[in-house]
Ligand binder design. Sequence first.
Ligand code: SAM
Length: 191
Amino acid sequence: VRPVSIALVHYPVLDGEGQVVTTAVTNLDVHDLARSARTYGCAHYFIVHPIHAQRELVERIRSHWVDGPGGKRIPDRKAALDLVRIVPSLDDALVTLGGRDHVDVWVTTARDVRSAMPLSSARQRIVQEADGGGGRPVLIVFGTGWGLAREVIDAADAVLPPLRAAASTGYNHLSVRSACAIVLDRLLGAQ
Ligand code: SAM
Protein backbone atom coordinates (compact mmCIF):
# COMPACT_ATOMS: atom_id res chain seq x y z
CA VAL A 1 0.00 0.00 0.00
CA ARG A 2 1.32 3.43 -0.90
CA PRO A 3 1.92 5.90 1.96
CA VAL A 4 -1.01 8.34 2.19
CA SER A 5 -0.73 11.75 3.88
CA ILE A 6 -3.26 14.51 4.30
CA ALA A 7 -2.85 18.28 4.23
CA LEU A 8 -5.15 20.95 5.64
CA VAL A 9 -4.61 24.21 3.75
CA HIS A 10 -5.28 27.64 5.26
CA TYR A 11 -3.94 29.53 2.23
CA PRO A 12 -4.77 29.86 -0.63
CA VAL A 13 -8.44 29.20 0.09
CA LEU A 14 -11.65 31.00 -0.87
CA ASP A 15 -13.99 33.16 1.19
CA GLY A 16 -17.74 33.47 0.71
CA GLU A 17 -17.24 35.96 -2.14
CA GLY A 18 -14.75 33.72 -3.93
CA GLN A 19 -11.78 35.87 -2.94
CA VAL A 20 -8.49 34.15 -2.09
CA VAL A 21 -7.91 34.49 1.65
CA THR A 22 -5.98 33.04 4.55
CA THR A 23 -8.05 31.39 7.27
CA ALA A 24 -7.22 31.00 10.95
CA VAL A 25 -6.37 27.62 12.43
CA THR A 26 -9.25 25.92 14.25
CA ASN A 27 -8.19 23.84 17.24
CA LEU A 28 -10.83 21.20 16.39
CA ASP A 29 -9.31 20.72 12.94
CA VAL A 30 -5.92 19.99 14.49
CA HIS A 31 -7.29 17.26 16.74
CA ASP A 32 -10.00 15.72 14.59
CA LEU A 33 -8.00 15.36 11.39
CA ALA A 34 -5.04 14.02 13.40
CA ARG A 35 -7.27 11.36 14.94
CA SER A 36 -8.70 10.40 11.54
CA ALA A 37 -5.22 10.34 10.00
CA ARG A 38 -3.91 8.07 12.76
CA THR A 39 -7.01 5.85 12.63
CA TYR A 40 -6.58 5.21 8.89
CA GLY A 41 -2.81 4.81 8.96
CA CYS A 42 -1.76 8.05 7.25
CA ALA A 43 1.96 8.79 7.19
CA HIS A 44 1.69 12.52 7.97
CA TYR A 45 -0.88 15.23 8.64
CA PHE A 46 0.44 18.52 7.23
CA ILE A 47 -1.07 21.71 8.59
CA VAL A 48 -0.30 24.42 6.06
CA HIS A 49 -0.19 28.02 7.25
CA PRO A 50 1.84 30.95 5.86
CA ILE A 51 1.66 33.00 9.07
CA HIS A 52 4.41 32.25 11.60
CA ALA A 53 2.29 33.07 14.67
CA GLN A 54 -0.36 30.59 13.51
CA ARG A 55 2.25 27.89 12.98
CA GLU A 56 3.57 28.58 16.50
CA LEU A 57 0.01 28.19 17.84
CA VAL A 58 -0.28 24.76 16.25
CA GLU A 59 3.20 23.89 17.51
CA ARG A 60 2.04 24.72 21.05
CA ILE A 61 -1.07 22.54 20.65
CA ARG A 62 1.04 19.71 19.26
CA SER A 63 3.70 19.84 21.97
CA HIS A 64 1.08 20.03 24.75
CA TRP A 65 -0.27 16.68 23.57
CA VAL A 66 2.96 15.07 22.37
CA ASP A 67 5.53 16.13 24.98
CA GLY A 68 3.37 17.90 27.60
CA PRO A 69 0.70 17.11 30.19
CA GLY A 70 -1.94 16.26 27.55
CA GLY A 71 -0.01 13.32 26.22
CA LYS A 72 0.51 11.95 29.71
CA ARG A 73 -3.19 12.19 30.47
CA ILE A 74 -4.43 10.86 27.11
CA PRO A 75 -1.74 8.75 25.37
CA ASP A 76 -4.14 7.96 22.49
CA ARG A 77 -4.28 11.65 21.62
CA LYS A 78 -0.48 11.83 21.75
CA ALA A 79 -0.29 9.15 19.05
CA ALA A 80 -2.60 11.21 16.82
CA LEU A 81 -0.99 14.62 17.32
CA ASP A 82 2.40 13.00 16.72
CA LEU A 83 1.45 12.87 13.01
CA VAL A 84 1.11 16.65 12.78
CA ARG A 85 3.70 18.47 10.65
CA ILE A 86 3.36 22.25 10.52
CA VAL A 87 4.57 23.83 7.27
CA PRO A 88 4.35 27.29 5.67
CA SER A 89 3.14 26.06 2.27
CA LEU A 90 1.91 23.05 0.37
CA ASP A 91 5.25 23.03 -1.46
CA ASP A 92 7.01 22.47 1.86
CA ALA A 93 4.80 19.44 2.48
CA LEU A 94 5.70 18.12 -0.96
CA VAL A 95 9.42 18.58 -0.27
CA THR A 96 8.99 16.52 2.90
CA LEU A 97 7.37 13.78 0.82
CA GLY A 98 10.26 13.67 -1.66
CA GLY A 99 9.42 16.47 -4.10
CA ARG A 100 6.46 17.38 -6.28
CA ASP A 101 7.32 14.88 -9.02
CA HIS A 102 7.50 12.06 -6.51
CA VAL A 103 4.02 12.63 -5.05
CA ASP A 104 0.49 12.10 -6.34
CA VAL A 105 -1.48 15.15 -5.21
CA TRP A 106 -5.25 14.69 -4.98
CA VAL A 107 -7.50 17.60 -3.98
CA THR A 108 -11.00 17.61 -2.52
CA THR A 109 -13.96 19.92 -2.93
CA ALA A 110 -17.68 20.07 -2.24
CA ARG A 111 -18.24 21.59 -5.69
CA ASP A 112 -18.25 19.78 -9.00
CA VAL A 113 -15.06 20.63 -10.88
CA ARG A 114 -13.30 19.26 -13.97
CA SER A 115 -13.42 15.52 -14.41
CA ALA A 116 -12.99 13.88 -11.05
CA MET A 117 -11.20 10.60 -10.39
CA PRO A 118 -13.77 8.18 -8.94
CA LEU A 119 -13.06 7.22 -5.33
CA SER A 120 -12.97 3.57 -6.40
CA SER A 121 -10.11 4.35 -8.80
CA ALA A 122 -8.35 6.38 -6.13
CA ARG A 123 -8.67 3.46 -3.71
CA GLN A 124 -7.27 1.14 -6.38
CA ARG A 125 -4.30 3.41 -7.01
CA ILE A 126 -3.44 3.43 -3.32
CA VAL A 127 -3.26 -0.34 -3.01
CA GLN A 128 -1.30 -0.89 -6.22
CA GLU A 129 2.34 -1.54 -5.44
CA ALA A 130 4.59 0.66 -7.57
CA ASP A 131 7.56 -1.10 -9.13
CA GLY A 132 10.41 -1.18 -6.64
CA GLY A 133 7.96 -1.54 -3.78
CA GLY A 134 6.98 1.19 -1.34
CA GLY A 135 5.16 3.16 -3.99
CA ARG A 136 4.84 6.86 -4.60
CA PRO A 137 3.32 8.80 -1.72
CA VAL A 138 -0.19 10.18 -2.06
CA LEU A 139 -1.12 13.56 -0.58
CA ILE A 140 -4.83 14.27 -0.12
CA VAL A 141 -5.43 18.00 0.22
CA PHE A 142 -8.31 19.49 2.18
CA GLY A 143 -9.24 23.15 2.32
CA THR A 144 -10.79 25.51 4.84
CA GLY A 145 -13.08 28.46 4.41
CA TRP A 146 -15.12 28.04 1.25
CA GLY A 147 -12.70 25.57 -0.25
CA LEU A 148 -9.35 25.37 -1.98
CA ALA A 149 -8.33 28.14 -4.37
CA ARG A 150 -8.46 27.36 -8.08
CA GLU A 151 -4.65 27.37 -8.37
CA VAL A 152 -4.44 24.47 -5.89
CA ILE A 153 -7.10 22.48 -7.71
CA ASP A 154 -5.53 23.15 -11.12
CA ALA A 155 -2.07 22.10 -9.91
CA ALA A 156 -3.29 18.74 -8.59
CA ASP A 157 -2.80 15.39 -10.30
CA ALA A 158 -6.45 14.52 -9.65
CA VAL A 159 -9.62 15.91 -8.09
CA LEU A 160 -11.65 13.59 -5.90
CA PRO A 161 -15.39 13.83 -6.54
CA PRO A 162 -17.48 15.73 -4.00
CA LEU A 163 -18.94 13.50 -1.30
CA ARG A 164 -22.67 13.75 -1.70
CA ALA A 165 -25.98 12.19 -0.79
CA ALA A 166 -27.57 9.70 -3.17
CA ALA A 167 -30.73 11.80 -2.99
CA SER A 168 -30.59 15.35 -4.30
CA THR A 169 -30.85 17.06 -0.95
CA GLY A 170 -29.79 20.43 -2.34
CA TYR A 171 -27.38 20.83 0.55
CA ASN A 172 -23.72 19.91 0.63
CA HIS A 173 -21.81 21.71 3.36
CA LEU A 174 -19.77 19.23 5.32
CA SER A 175 -17.17 20.45 7.78
CA VAL A 176 -13.65 19.60 6.74
CA ARG A 177 -13.53 17.33 9.80
CA SER A 178 -16.45 15.26 8.51
CA ALA A 179 -15.24 15.34 4.91
CA CYS A 180 -11.76 14.14 5.85
CA ALA A 181 -13.05 11.22 7.92
CA ILE A 182 -15.42 10.12 5.16
CA VAL A 183 -12.81 10.42 2.39
CA LEU A 184 -10.26 8.45 4.42
CA ASP A 185 -12.80 5.76 5.14
CA ARG A 186 -13.74 5.48 1.45
CA LEU A 187 -10.08 5.24 0.45
CA LEU A 188 -8.53 3.36 3.36
CA GLY A 189 -11.45 1.93 5.34
CA ALA A 190 -12.06 -1.77 5.85
CA GLN A 191 -14.76 -3.11 3.55
N1 SAM B 1 -18.00 24.73 -0.38
C1 SAM B 1 -16.67 24.48 0.06
C2 SAM B 1 -15.93 23.62 -0.97
O1 SAM B 1 -16.41 23.56 -2.07
O2 SAM B 1 -14.92 23.02 -0.67
C3 SAM B 1 -16.71 23.79 1.40
C4 SAM B 1 -15.46 24.01 2.20
S1 SAM B 1 -15.40 23.04 3.60
C5 SAM B 1 -15.78 24.08 4.93
C6 SAM B 1 -13.66 22.86 3.70
C7 SAM B 1 -13.13 21.62 3.02
O3 SAM B 1 -13.84 20.46 3.39
C8 SAM B 1 -13.15 21.64 1.52
O4 SAM B 1 -12.07 22.40 1.01
C9 SAM B 1 -12.97 20.17 1.22
O5 SAM B 1 -11.63 19.80 1.41
C10 SAM B 1 -13.79 19.51 2.31
N2 SAM B 1 -15.16 19.25 1.91
C11 SAM B 1 -16.27 19.85 2.36
N3 SAM B 1 -17.37 19.29 1.82
C12 SAM B 1 -16.94 18.31 1.01
C13 SAM B 1 -17.59 17.37 0.15
N4 SAM B 1 -18.93 17.33 0.05
N5 SAM B 1 -16.83 16.52 -0.55
C14 SAM B 1 -15.47 16.56 -0.45
N6 SAM B 1 -14.80 17.41 0.34
C15 SAM B 1 -15.53 18.28 1.06
